[in-house]
Design a protein around this ligand. Structure first.
Ligand code: FE2
Length: 168
């Protein structure tokens, strides 16, 4: 397979991983709601929530907000789709620590876990769809090759700068 140097393809691949972690959380929630709050289920949900929080931090808060969006606002302005995406990132960023905290408890409150996962599950797939089908195609159309190359370089810097995962 050829090396991917298109930053938008890289971001779309991140999205698929992010949706996978969300799916693990949804499955876990279903087991909890079915009255099977096994320690194993909670542990797998905690793991998925940690990985999701880490992916959202690197992908949304760093690669998008610090690399893609600044270039994109140079050509389409800061308002409109970029502002909407950033507002949605803030919502995710506020809820993921709450979810981690609840899942870190010996007996997580199922109704709190449910409310948080349902919020994230309602927000994230449409958010990703807007990026994949509206924002990224717009970026592909409007950004120059030079801007794209600068974004890839910035991605590499951000990946290197991310702290290794904590072990729990
Ligand atoms: Fe994204």
């Amino acid at each position: 397979m050829a090396t991917i140097t298109d930053p938008l393809t890289m971001l779309m691949q991140d999205h698929q991983r992010i949706l996978g972690h969300l799916e693990t959380l949804r499955r876990g929630l279903k087991s909890l709601a079915d009255g099977k709050p096994g320690a194993e289920t909670v542990a797998s949900m905690r793991q998925a929530a940690q990985t999701l929080a880490r992916e959202i931090d690197l992908h949304s808060l760093k690669k998008e907000e610090q690399a893609l969006f600044p270039s994109l606002t140079e050509v389409i302005g800061p308002m409109g789709p970029v502002a909407v995406m950033i507002a949605e990132h803030r919502e995710l960023d506020a809820r993921l620590p709450q979810l981690l905290q609840e899942l870190g408890k010996e007996k997580p409150d199922v109704s709190k876990v449910r409310a948080l996962i349902e919020f994230i599950a309602d927000l994230l797939p449409p958010h990703i769809q807007k990026e994949d089908y509206i924002l990224y195609p717009l970026a592909k159309e409007r950004l120059s090759g030079k801007q794209m190359a600068r974004i890839v370089t910035k991605f590499e810097e951000l990946e290197k700068a991310q702290a290794p995962p904590k072990s729990y």
